[in-house]
Design a protein around this ligand. Structure first.
Ligand code: ADP
Length: 437
């Protein structure tokens, strides 16, 4: 017998004893009246609390325990304990769920969950971005009503998900490339994973272009060289002609050598560690070398002016700085016709070291300026070939400057000339005692 029945038995026994007592004193009618009143009172008490419990279960207020005497108090207390336990369990599940959602949200990949009718059950922010979805608005929408890309619709309906799908023309500007794969799970449900591979594809296509360009650049002098070899082998040539042909062959060979040398420089720059930021370069030596090289290269055909702050220097790797700044001076000489003038400036502005080369040469059309530092990009191919250019000079400049926290600015006007300015970061700028050359 449990406590409830025991209480009931005790209450009934007390009522019976009290009724019998009243009956003995005041007669049977009084005893029956007493018993009736007691039963009605008990009935009302029980009904009141049943109704109260009913209302409580209808609209439970968590944490509020109604008080009541006897069994009803016990019932309310037990209900409260039960609710507390459930509440703790629900909170635990909710926390696990929110941690799980946070983890998927933190994923760099798009994740969308589809039900057995391919309707969206849930998707993370990256999937929203990849497919142009809205996690709340598009809930329970069939995914192909929203992602209408024909390749995706075909892929989803094919039920062959071993390979991933590459989707091009995605994103707001329709320029992104996505890799998408579906993973079936549970009862006919699907997990759609997506990754943005735009950058990867771009690098891959740049690598392909680069290999094609290198092959082309090397093939041209090689073809010319083979042509000369064939001519020399097949035609009886006089001494002068032979010497001329050998000169031309030498030119082509040196063109190939320059290309390979520049490619090796670029490869080294890409692989090397960042230049030290605490070692000031011997700028006197650098500027002296630039001046000597420029004078030799120009051969007196240009008027070259140097405006130098001898005490100014930067930190980094000397050979790289010589190569970058030297390239700019060489270009100015190559692309300025005879009689033109070139000014080289090395000055400090707003705390930063600035190197500028201004020429009165051919100039560069505005549309070409943003592409100048691309590998093998030339404004005028034949002019570059005439000067023995490889088309890699400004690509090297860009790399060296990036590594030395410097930026390149190009201002040019076709037919009037150009200014190439290099601005070093203030933290790379230093000063040393001026030692005049
Ligand atoms: P290149 O070896 O052909 O000189 P660069 O990378 O050094 O290659 O330069 C790329 C192109 O930029 C050159 O082919 C040339 O057309 C143009 N260019 C560079 N410097 C100048 C300049 N000072 N004046 C005019 N054009 C220039």
């Amino acid at each position: 017998m449990n406590i409830i029945w025991a209480r009931w038995v005790v209450a009934f026994a007390l009522l019976a004893i009290a009724s019998v007592g009243i009956g003995a004193v005041a007669g049977v009618k009084a005893a029956m009246a007493f018993a009736l009143i007691a039963l009605v009172a008990q009935g009302l008490f029980s009904t009141y609390h049943t109704e109260r419990l009913w209302r409580l279960l209808d609209a439970p207020v968590y944490g509020q325990v109604p008080s009541a005497p006897g069994v009803w108090g016990e019932i309310y207390y037990r209900l409260h304990k039960l609710a507390k336990r459930w509440h703790a369990q629900v909170r635990q599940v909710e926390q696990q769920h929110s941690r799980f959602i946070q983890a998927i949200q933190a994923s760099p990949n798009g994740v969308a969950m589809l039900d057995d009718h391919d309707q969206i059950e849930w998707c993370n922010a990256i999937a929203e971005e990849h497919f142009g979805l809205d996690a709340k608005r598009d809930l329970r929408q069939h995914i192909t009503h929203l992602v209408r890309h024909p390749a995706f619709v075909r892929y989803l309906n094919s039920h062959q998900y071993d390979e991933m799908l590459i989707m091009r023309g995605m994103g707001e500007k329709r320029q992104n490339v996505l890799s998408v794969q579906v993973f079936p799970y549970g009862e006919n449900r699907k997990l759609v994973l997506s990754a943005d591979i735009t950058e990867l594809e771009r690098t891959d296509s740049m690598r392909r272009d680069f290999v094609a360009n290198v092959s082309h650049e090397l093939k041209t002098p090689l073809t010319v060289l083979s042509g000369f070899l064939e001519t020399m082998r097949e035609l009886p040539l006089g001494e002068t002609e032979r010497a001329r042909y050998l000169d031309l062959m030498e030119q082509q060979a040196s063109r190939m050598r320059n290309i390979v040398d520049d490619l090796l420089v670029l490869a080294k720059l890409e692989g090397d560690a960042t230049p030290p930021s605490d070692q000031p370069i011997d700028m006197h030596a650098v500027l002296r070398q630039l001046r000597d090289d420029a004078t030799t290269l120009s051969g007196g055909h240009h008027q070259i002016t140097f405006d130098l702050d001898e005490g100014l220097t930067v930190t980094g790797v000397k050979t790289e700085i010589v190569s970058a700044l030297g390239n700019l001076v060489t270009n100015a000489i190559h692309y300025t016709p005879e009689g033109g003038s070139i000014t080289v400036q090395w000055r400090q502005f707003a705390g930063a070291a600035v190197f500028a080369v201004t020429d009165t040469g051919f100039g560069i059309p505005a549309t070409d300026i943003p592409r100048l530092t691309e590998r093998f990009y030339r404004v005028d191919r034949s002019r570059s070939r005439d000067t023995g250019g490889t088309g890699l000079g400004l690509a090297i400049v860009k790399h060296v400057l990036q590594r030395h926290d410097a930026v390149l600015e190009v201002k040019s006007e076709e037919g009037r000339g150009s200014t190439f300015t290099v601005r070093f970061a203030v933290q790379r700028t230093a000063r040393h005692q001026a030692v005049h050359a």
